[in-house]
Design a protein around this ligand. Structure first.
Ligand SMILES: C[S@@+](CC[C@H](N)C(=O)[O-])C[C@H]1O[C@@H](n2cnc3c(N)ncnc32)[C@H](O)[C@@H]1O
Length: 234
């Protein structure tokens, strides 16, 4: 089974903006950046059609987007001719050591089937990160796969079970035909990987929906669909 078939879904995925539940993923990132990040050189790892890359640019970063999917890069080049994007192999970054102040990666680690691959990617992040640089990883929280969210539905019979690490979870982006299967990783799986690669976890932020967001939240106002990890070198 192809879990993330972007040959089929890249165009539809590229229409998704930073709205609905996704807004919650990005809403607090500017504050985290202000709190931790110095400098303007950024890498958007797994940029897809570039909404995260353009978001980083709007925060003042000089950003390069990289992705393994040629279909996604075709979409991003249609949308953002002035942006810098590059196709890569998973966990292989064609950049010198200590190149970036920020490495950002949104909704990518949940597409990776094996922790050993996540560790390889983290280790490459560490190599290209400046000594004072920071990594921000936005991914689904464990609760994220059990909730009723504005933008994503997990309401499938095959999801009515206790998930184990590395298993797939079916999801639908509401209002589209995009069905994907994410890999389920626990908070402990991520923490173990950070420890193994000698990355220091500075903060785990789980954003909750507020009334002032002016979005008719479903369960977002009670629990967080997302985990945002802020890391640095040891
Ligand atoms: C759900 S999209 C997220 C795109 C963008 N970051 C965003 O927030 O909209 C995930 C992207 O990660 C890419 N991806 C998946 N596995 C990857 C890997 N091992 N290395 C780099 N990119 C990967 C996919 O091709 C896809 O474009």
């Amino acid at each position: 089974m192809k879990t993330h078939d972007y040959t089929k879904h890249a165009t539809e995925y590229s229409e998704l903006g930073i709205e609905g539940t996704f807004y919650l993923g990005f809403r607090d990132v500017p504050n985290l950046v202000k709190k931790y990040v110095k400098g303007t050189q950024a890498l958007d790892y797994g940029c897809g059609p570039g909404r995260s890359t353009r978001f980083l640019r709007s925060l003042g970063f000089d950003v390069i987007g990289v992705d393994i999917s040629s279909d996604m890069l075709t979409e991003v080049r249609k949308k953002d001719e002035q942006g810098t994007y590059q196709q890569i192999e998973s966990g292989v970054l064609p950049f010198e050591d200590s190149s970036f102040d920020l490495i950002f990666s949104s909704f990518v680690f949940l597409e990776i089937a094996a922790m050993i691959e996540i560790e390889k990617i983290l280790s490459e992040f560490k190599r290209v990160l400046k000594p004072s640089g920071h990594i921000i990883i936005l991914t689904s929280s464990m609760e994220g796969y059990k909730g009723d969210w504005v933008s994503v539905s997990y309401d499938f019979p095959e999801n009515k079970r206790q998930f184990e690490s590395g298993e797939t979870v079916k999801l639908l982006f509401r209002g589209t035909n995009v069905i994907l299967y994410d890999y389920y990783w626990t908070d402990q799986d991520y923490r173990d990987a950070f420890t193994k690669i000698h990355l220091r976890l500075l903060e785990l932020h789980n954003p909750i929906g507020y009334d002032e967001d002016k979005i008719q939240w479903r369960e977002e106002s009670q629990k967080s669909p997302y985990s945002i990890y802020v890391l640095t070198k040891m």
